[in-house]
Design a protein around this ligand. Structure first.
Ligand SMILES: Nc1ncnc2c1ncn2[C@@H]1O[C@H](COP(=O)(O)OP(=O)(O)O)[C@@H](O)[C@H]1O
Ligand SMILES: [Mg+2]
Length: 254
């Protein structure tokens, strides 16, 4: 279980202090497909960076399976980060490495035996449907294929938690659906808890069971996805729905 307890994050800027997150309280259960939605600049990426401690909350705590990880340093911090997979909008692959070597990278860092690393990476590439691209370079792949590689790399350590920050925002709608369906299948097969950061209600509708709507650093509302999106209680959610209705395509869900 992931718990955020009174998490606030303040950035110091030239114009003074800026509150990116204000008293966030959230509970994400094991196996959840949890969505964090909101407009650009709402604080979604800051929130997800706080969960895996790429960024530290200014106050409050991150509690994973009952353990407060907020103050982790050194070896403990590295071990914790290794237990959380992450994928991004821009795929963030190493351009100079082959697909296979991208996926084995986290294991190299942990000094896992090379043969063992290759076996595990090959099995995962098989699972995400791009085993035939193992010796290709990222630049030779489509966006959807690159995201499959980054999913395999994120899963190589068998994480309990996977964070997806706008994972499909750079993909066309057909590829988006394929990647989301893959993530949903992996969630079911492996029991990985996934946190999906997205500005898209269609993405939230397709994969998440619960969502939190975030607005200017605060949670506007939270609950089961279908309830929140069919009977929104906050003005923020109503606005998000109204905006998305203006731009739906026929393949999308809303
Ligand atoms: N390192 C930083 N320093 C100062 N301000 C930041 C920093 N990172 C993010 N912000 C600000 O915090 C707010 C939330 O950013 P972010 O979490 O990236 O939003 P989102 O992912 O929802 O688009 C934005 O106004 C952004 O400009
Ligand atoms: Mg963001």
């Amino acid at each position: 279980m992931i718990e955020l307890r009174h998490v606030s994050k303040q950035y110091r800027t030239r114009k003074g202090a800026f509150d990116a997150l204000i008293d966030i309280n959230l509970r994400i259960d094991d196996g959840d497909m949890f969505g964090i939605i909101g407009e650009s600049g709402a604080g979604k990426s800051t929130l997800v960076r706080c969960i895996n401690l790429l960024d530290r909350p200014t106050s409050g705590s991150i509690v994973i399976d009952g353990r407060d990880v907020t103050g982790y340093q050194g070896r403990e911090l590295r071990a914790f980060r290794n237990s959380v997979g992450m994928i991004f909008q821009d795929f963030s692959l190493f351009q100079q490495r082959t697909v296979l070597d991208n996926v084995t990278f986290p294991l190299e860092v942990m000094h896992v035996d090379r043969g063992e690393a290759r076996r595990r990476a090959t099995a995962l590439l098989e699972r995400v449907g791009i085993a035939d691209k193992a010796q290709s370079y990222p630049s030779e792949l489509s966006g959807g294929q690159q995201q499959r590689v980054s999913i395999a790399r994120a899963l190589i350590n068998e994480p309990k938690i996977m964070l997806c920050d706008e994972a499909t925002s750079a993909l066309d709608s057909r590829t988006t659906i394929q990647i989301l369906d893959l993530l949903r299948d992996l969630n079911r097969e492996m029991g990985v808890t996934m946190v999906h950061i997205t500005h898209s209600l269609d993405v939230a509708m397709r994969v998440t069971n619960r969502i939190a709507v975030i607005d200017r650093g605060r949670i506007a509302e939270e609950g089961p996805t279908d309830e929140v999106l069919t009977s929104p209680q906050s003005e923020t959610t109503r606005l998000l729905i109204a905006h998305s209705k203006g731009t739906v395509s026929d393949e999308e869900v809303l």
